[in-house]
Design a binder for this molecule. Structure first.
Ligand code: PRX
Length: 661
C-alpha cells in the first residue's frame, strides 16, 4: 500500500525545472533539432522513433567510421536475433582510439587518471593510449589469444583496465570484465562460464588509504579454472604476491618489447565485443553479449545527445568499468567521441568527503554522471565539504542505476549544479548498452521522473495482454523495436535468452523486448520507474540477484536454506536481509549470524554482504517449491502480505519476524 501511495505522490509532483536557455541552445541535441527543422522536442522525439531505422542510419554515419560501409541498417529476419549494419566492417577500438591518435587529437587527454593515493595522478593522451593499447594487443596475440577468445579483466579502476578492454577489441577478442568487488567465487564462476584463456589482474588496489590484496582471490579462483593459460598481473600496490611459474606474468614484462603498432582487425558489426555478466532471477549470472557495430554507435551518440559532451568538456562518469555504465560511459562512449574523461580509482569519501568535489574543481569537470546512492550519502553528511570547492564549471549533472528520489534531485541540483545544471536521470540496463529513457538538456524536468523515451526508441508500457496502458496506469517496460547496442544473446544459453526477454509477448507481438522493470506515466506523459518485476536487488546501485545471495548463504555448512529480500535503505536504496533455516541440531547465535554474513561476503564479495541475518524455522513457498520473497518482505516490513492462497505452507508466514527499520 505504502508503495502505491508513494507512487501516487510522486506523480503529483508539480515542480518543473527548465534548463537555462543558453545551456539548451548550446546542447548537441538542440542543435540537431534546429538543423532538421523540428519545432518542438516532442515533434523531434516522435519523428526519430517513428523513423528509427533512418534515425539510427544517420547516427551510425555521424558517430562511427566504417572501414566498409554497411548495405543494410537492420536485418530483423531472424527475430529475436537482430543484426545491425549488415555488410559493413568496423572495429570499435579504431573508433575509440586509432582515429584520434592518428588525427588532430593525438595530444588531447583521453584519461585524467587519478589514483586513490592523493597526488598519484597522470594524464594519458590519445597518442599514448594508442601505444599502450597496441602493446597490450600484441602481447595478447603473443600469448595465443585469437579472435573470439575470451579475456577476463579483474582490475581496479586503473588505466590497464580500459587498455585491456581496447586491446581485446582491437584484435577481435572478447573481454569479460569482472568487478573487482567480487570475491574469488564470483570470479571463478564467470571465468569458467566464459572459458577465459587469459585473466588480467593486479597485485592489489588502494582502498581508504590502505593497499589491499587482489591477487590471492585470483589464485583461489584459478584452482578450478582449467581454461586459463595465463594470468597477467599489474603491479599496482607493489605488495609481494605469489606467482605461479609458467602461468603468471607481470603486466610490465608481458608488454615489454612489444611493438607500438598493431593492426586493428576490421570485423563484422555483429562480431562480439564483450560479455558482461549480470544478475537475473536465478542464482546463475547471465553472460550478456554485445557487438562491435552497435557499440561503436549508441554509447557515443548518447554521450553526445544525453550527456551533452562537447569537444572541450571534461566528462566524469564515476562508475566502475566492472559494470555496464563503465563500459559505455567511461570507455566506449567518451572515447569514440574523442572526449577527455576522468578515471578515478578511489572512493568518494576518502581522505575526506571533499575528494570528488576537489577533483571536479581541479580538473574543471563540466559534465558529471553518478549514482543516487552517492548523492544520498553526501546529502546525509551535509554540505560543509561541498562548499569548500568551486563547482561553477559544472554544466550538466546526470544519474543512473536506481530511482533518483526528488529530495536527492533537489540536493544535487542546488549543491553541485549551482541551481542551473539540468539533472539527466537516465534509465537503462546492461542489456540495452546505452541510455533509453531520459530527459534531454532541453526537457523540462520533474524531480524523480526519467521523463521520456529517447529518440530512436519505441519504448512503451504494456499490460499482461500486450496493450499499451493509458496515462496514469502502470505496467511492464517494453521495447517495441530493436536498437543498435541491444544485447545480442546470452553466452551459450539460447533458451534462457528467449525466455527472459522475448517469450512474454511472443504470441501477440513477436519481437517485443521485456525489460524487467515496471513504470507508469503521469497525466503529462512523464515516466516514473517503479522497480523490478523480478527478484533482483539494487544495493548501492549494484545489481545482485536474491537467488545468488541465497545460494551463497546455503553454501555455509550450517545453513539448510535461505531466503533473501531487500530492505529499503536511505542511502544504499536497499540493503540485504537474509532469513536462514539452520541445519538440524545447529544452535542459533548472534556469532553464527555474523559468520553467515561474512561467509556470503567471502563467496560473492563485499557488494553482497547481508546486513542482517535472521533465523527462522521455515520460509513461505509455493506448491512448486518457489520461495515467496514478496510475502516474506511484506511480513518483515510490517505490510499487508496479500493473497496467500498459492502457498504450500501459509503458517510459515507467522514465523517471519518483523525486522528493525
Ligand atoms: O531496475 C532498473 C535499474 O537498474 C536496472 C539495470 O541494472 P544494470 O543492468 O546493473 O544497469 C545499471 C546501469 C544502467 C534496471 O532494470 N535502473 C537503472 N537506471 C535507473 C534504474 N531505476 C530507476 N531509475 C533509473 N534511472
Amino acid at each position: 500500500m505504502a508503495e502505491t501511495a508513494k507512487t501516487a505522490s510522486l506523480q503529483e509532483e508539480t515542480r518543473i525545472f527548465n534548463t537555462p536557455q543558453d545551456i539548451i541552445e548550446y546542447s548537441n541535441a538542440y542543435q540537431w533539432m534546429k538543423k532538421k527543422g523540428f519545432k518542438t522536442e516532442m515533434e523531434m522525439r516522435k519523428w526519430c522513433s517513428d523513423n528509427y531505422i533512418e534515425f539510427w542510419d544517420e547516427m551510425a554515419k555521424t558517430y562511427a567510421d566504417w572501414s566498409v560501409p554497411y548495405t543494410k541498417v537492420l536485418d530483423d529476419s531472424g527475430k529475436p536475433y537482430y543484426k545491425w549494419f549488415t555488410g559493413g566492417k568496423i572495429n570499435v577500438a579504431y573508433n575509440a582510439v586509432d582515429r584520434h591518435a592518428k588525427g588532430a587529437k593525438k595530444d588531447k587527454v583521453a584519461y585524467h587518471f587519478i589514483g586513490e593515493p592523493v597526488g598519484d595522478a597522470r594524464d594519458i593522451t590519445y597518442g599514448q593510449l594508442y601505444i599502450e593499447v597496441n602493446k597490450m594487443a600484441n602481447a595478447l596475440k603473443g600469448a595465443g589469444v585469437v579472435k573470439g577468445d575470451r579475456v577476463v579483466a579483474y582490475l581496479p579502476m586503473i588505466p590497464e583496465l580500459p587498455i585491456t578492454m581496447l586491446a581485446c577489441a582491437k584484435i577481435g577478442a572478447i573481454h569479460t570484465i569482472v568487478f573487482s568487488g567480487f570475491s574469488s567465487g564470483g570470479l571463478n564462476s564467470r571465468v569458467n562460464d566464459a572459458e577465459a584463456k587469459v585473466v588480467v589482474t593486479a597485485d592489489g588496489f588502494y582502498r581508504r588509504g590502505k593497499p589491499l590484496p587482489l591477487k590471492p582471490n585470483v589464485d583461489e579462483a584459478m584452482k578450478t579454472a582449467p581454461s586459463v593459460q595465463k594470468v597477467v598481473v599489474v603491479k599496482r600496490t607493489g605488495v609481494a604476491v605469489p606467482m605461479t611459474e609458467g602461468r603468471d606474468v607481470y603486466y610490465d614484462d608481458f608488454v615489454k618489447g612489444q611493438s607500438e603498432e598493431c593492426e586493428t582487425v576490421m570485423l563484422d558489426p555483429e562480431d562480439r565485443l564483450f560479455i558482461l555478466y549480470t544478475s537475473g532471477t536465478t542464482g546463475k549470472p547471465k553472460g550478456i553479449e554485445h557487438a562491435h557495430g552497435g557499440y561503436a554507435v549508441t554509447p557515443a551518440q548518447t554521450t553526445s545527445w544525453v550527456m551533452d559532451v562537447h569537444d572541450d568538456d571534461v566528462f566524469w562518469c564515476t562508475a566502475d568499468c566492472g559494470w555496464i555504465t563503465g563500459h559505455s560511459y567511461v570507455v566506449y562512449g567518451p572515447l569514440c567521441l574523442g572526449a577527455s574523461t576522468i578515471l578515478y580509482e578511489g572512493s568518494p569519501d576518502f581522505p575526506d568527503l571533499g575528494r570528488w568535489w576537489s577533483i571536479i574543481e581541479k580538473y574543471g569537470v563540466t559534465v558529471f554522471y553518478t549514482a543516487p546512492t552517492a548523492i544520498r550519502m553526501f546529502m546525509k553528511t551535509g554540505e560543509e565539504f561541498v562548499k569548500k570547492y568551486n563547482l561553477s564549471k559544472v554544466r550538466i549533472l546526470a544519474s543512473v542505476g536506481e530511482p533518483l528520489n526528488p529530495e536527492a534531485y533537489m540536493w544535487f541540483r542546488k549543491n553541485i549544479g549551482s541551481d542551473r545544471a539540468p539533472i539527466i536521470d537516465t534509465w537503462w540496463q546492461t542489456e540495452t548498452g546505452c541510455h533509453v529513457i531520459a530527459p534531454l538538456v532541453m526537457t523540462p524536468e520533474k524531480p524523480g521522473s526519467v521523463c521520456f523515451p529517447l529518440p530512436g526508441f519505441n519504448t512503451d508500457i504494456f499490460d499482461e495482454d500486450a496493450n499499451s496502458v493509458p496515462l496514469g496506469y502502470g505496467g511492464n517496460i517494453v521495447q517495441k523495436t530493436p536498437w543498435p547496442s541491444m544485447l545480442r544473446a546470452f553466452f551459450r544459453d539460447e533458451v534462457r535468452y528467449k525466455k527472459e526477454y522475448w517469450d512474454m509477448y511472443w504470441q501477440v507481438k513477436p519481437g517485443t523486448y521485456l525489460a524487467g522493470d515496471k513504470a507508469t506515466r503521469d497525466k503529462d506523459g512523464y515516466w516514473w520507474i517503479q522497480g523490478r518485476i523480478d527478484d533482483v536487488l539494487k544495493v548501492a546501485g549494484h545489481r545482485i540477484s536474491n537467488a545468488e545471495v541465497e545460494s551463497a548463504a546455503v553454501s555455509h555448512p550450517k545453513v539448510a536454506e535461505a531466503a533473501v529480500v531487500g530492505q529499503p535503505d536511505e542511502v544504499k536504496g536497499e540493503k540485504i536481509v537474509a532469513f536462514v533455516i539452520l541445519r538440524d541440531g545447529v544452535a542459533e547465535s548472534p556469532e553464527l549470524a555474523k559468520e553467515i554474513s561474512v561467509h556470503v561476503r567471502k563467496v560473492l564479495g563485499p557488494v553482497a554482504y547481508p546486513d542482517k541475518v535472521y533465523f527462522v524455522k521455515d520460509v513461505p513457498k509455493t506448491r512448486s517449491g518457489k520461495i515467496m520473497r514478496r510475502v516474506i518482505k511484506a511480513k518483515a516490513l510490517g505490510k499487508e502480505t496479500g493473497d496467500l492462497s498459492a502457498l504450500a505452507n501459509p503458517e510459515s508466514v507467522d514465523n517471519i519476524p518483523r525486522i528493525d527499520l
